[in-house]
Write a protein that binds this ligand. Structure first.
Ligand SMILES: NC(=O)c1ccc[n+]([C@@H]2O[C@H](COP(=O)([O-])OP(=O)(O)OC[C@H]3O[C@@H](n4cnc5c(N)ncnc54)[C@H](O)[C@@H]3O)[C@@H](O)[C@H]2O)c1
Length: 338
C-alpha cells in the first residue's frame, strides 16, 4: 500500500487571502494529503491547485461528492461558514473553519450542535492563542508570578482603506461579514482578553461606529468595557482608521506589575519601572512540532493530531464564547446582529 493510502484527504474551500496559511501548513504535515481546493473564482482554485498539485473545483458540493475527503478547511466569507460546515459535517467530514464561527451567534450554535450530533470534529481557527507571547502571559497569570490579576485592556489600531473592502465586497456588510473591526480584526483580541480573564462575562458596555471615509456599512471603530464574573474588567479600543498598522496590545495589570502581549513578545513591567522583554522558550511551547512555526501551523497540526482531540473541542467551545461576546458587544452598542 502506498503512503497516500494512510493519509488524511483534505480539501480547502475558499482560495483567497487566508487560504495561503492553510496551504503552507498542510504541505508540512506528513499525515495529510491536500486532495483538492475550491473557489467560485476558477482562476483562484486553479492557481492553488497547480502550485500544490491537487484538483481544482468551483463547487464545494461537487468536490465533497467526488474527492472522498476526510476533512475540509473553510476559508470563506463569514455568512457561508455555517451552511458549508453543516453540509460537510452531515456528509461525514471533519471541519476546520476560519474565525469567526459564523456571521451571527445562532449559526455558530448550530455548527456546534451539528458537530455533536454527527460526531465529527469541528475546529475554529484562533491561531493567536498559540503565539509565544500569548502563552507566556497566560502562564504568568496562572502561576501568579506578578500577584493577582487586577484587570485587562486591549487595543487594535490598524489601517484598512477602501481597497481592503473592494478586494472582498462581503467584508463591508453586516449580512455577509457580521461586523467590521470587531469581527474581522479585533476578534482575536476579544478572545485573548476572555482567555486571560479566565472568567465568564457578566456585562458589556460598548459603542460601535463608522468614522472613516470608506464606503461600507460595517463599523470601523469600537470601544467599551467587559465586566467579568470574577470582578475584574477589560477595557478595549479598536479602530481600522489608524494611518498604519500598529502592534495589537493585550495588557494584563497585576498586583506587582503588568504583562503586555505585543506580537510574539511579552513585555513584563515591574512596579519599580523595570521592563523585561521576555521571549518564551520555543521548545516549551512547540515541543516536537516547532518546525511548523507559530499560529496557523500549530493549530492545524493539532487539528490532525489524535492526541489533541479534546484540546480542539475545548477551543471550539471557547470560540463559541467569543462569538457570544461579540454578540454582546453589538447588543450593548444597540446594533444586534441577526
Ligand atoms: N485567522 C486569521 O487571522 C484570519 C486572517 C484573515 C482572514 N481570516 C478569515 O478567513 C476567512 C476568509 O477571509 P479572506 O480574507 O481569505 O477572504 P477572501 O475574500 O480573500 O477569500 C474568500 C474566498 O472565498 C471564495 N468564495 C466565496 N464564495 C464561495 C463559495 N460559495 N464557494 C467557494 N469559494 C467561495 C471567494 O471567491 C474568495 O476567493 C474569513 O473567515 C476571515 O475572517 C482569518
Amino acid at each position: 500500500m502506498s503512503d497516500s493510502a494512510h493519509q488524511i484527504r483534505v480539501g480547502i474551500i475558499g482560495c483567497g487571502i487566508i487560504s495561503t496559511n492553510h496551504l503552507v501548513a498542510l504541505s508540512k504535515l506528513p499525515s495529510v494529503q491536500l486532495a483538492a481546493v475550491c473557489d467560485i473564482i476558477p482562476e483562484r482554485a486553479e492557481r492553488a491547485a497547480s502550485e500544490y498539485g491537487c484538483a481544482a473545483y468551483t463547487d464545494y458540493e461537487d468536490m465533497i461528492r467526488k474527492e472522498h475527503l476526510d476533512a475540509v478547511h473553510i476559508c470563506l466569507p463569514h455568512y457561508l461558514h455555517c451552511p458549508v460546515t453543516l453540509y460537510a459535517l452531515r456528509n461525514g467530514l471533519d471541519v476546520l473553519c476560519e474565525k469567526p464561527m459564523h456571521s451571527d451567534l445562532s449559526g455558530a450554535e448550530e455548527m456546534v450542535r451539528t458537530a455533536e450530533q454527527t460526531g465529527r470534529k469541528l475546529g475554529i481557527v484562533f491561531q493567536n492563542r498559540y503565539n509565544p507571547g500569548s502563552l507566556l502571559a497566560k502562564e504568568m497569570i496562572e502561576e501568579g508570578s506578578l500577584g493577582y490579576l487586577k484587570g485587562l485592556s486591549g487595543t487594535v489600531m490598524w489601517h484598512r482603506d477602501q481597497s481592503y473592502y473592494d478586494a472582498g465586497s462581503w467584508r463591508g456588510f453586516y449580512r455577509t461579514a457580521g461586523g467590521g473591526v470587531v469581527v474581522n480584526q479585533a476578534i482575536h483580541t476579544l478572545d485573548l482578553l476572555r482567555w486571560l480573564a479566565h472568567s465568564d462575562v457578566s456585562d458589556v458596555k460598548a459603542s460601535v461606529s463608522h468614522h472613516g471615509e470608506t464606503n461600507v456599512e460595517v463599523e470601523d471603530t469600537a470601544e467599551g468595557i467587559i465586566r467579568f464574573e470574577s470582578g475584574i474588567s477589560a477595557l478595549f479600543f479598536f479602530s481600522v482608521n489608524n494611518c498604519s498598522d500598529d502592534n495589537i496590545t493585550v495588557t494584563a495589570y497585576c498586583e506587582k506589575g503588568s504583562i503586555r502581549i505585543q506580537g510574539t513578545k511579552c513585555l513584563v513591567k515591574y512596579k519599580d519601572g523595570t521592563i523585561v522583554e521576555s521571549q518564551p522558550n520555543p521548545d516549551k511551547f512547540y515541543g516536537a512540532k516547532k518546525i511548523y512555526g507559530p499560529g496557523h501551523s500549530i493549530q492545524i497540526a493539532k487539528f490532525y493530531d489524535p492526541d489533541c482531540r479534546e484540546e480542539i473541542r475545548n477551543m471550539t467551545m471557547e470560540s463559541l464564547k467569543t462569538q457570544r461576546l461579540m454578540d454582546q458587544v453589538f447588543r450593548a452598542a444597540g446594533k444586534p446582529i441577526q
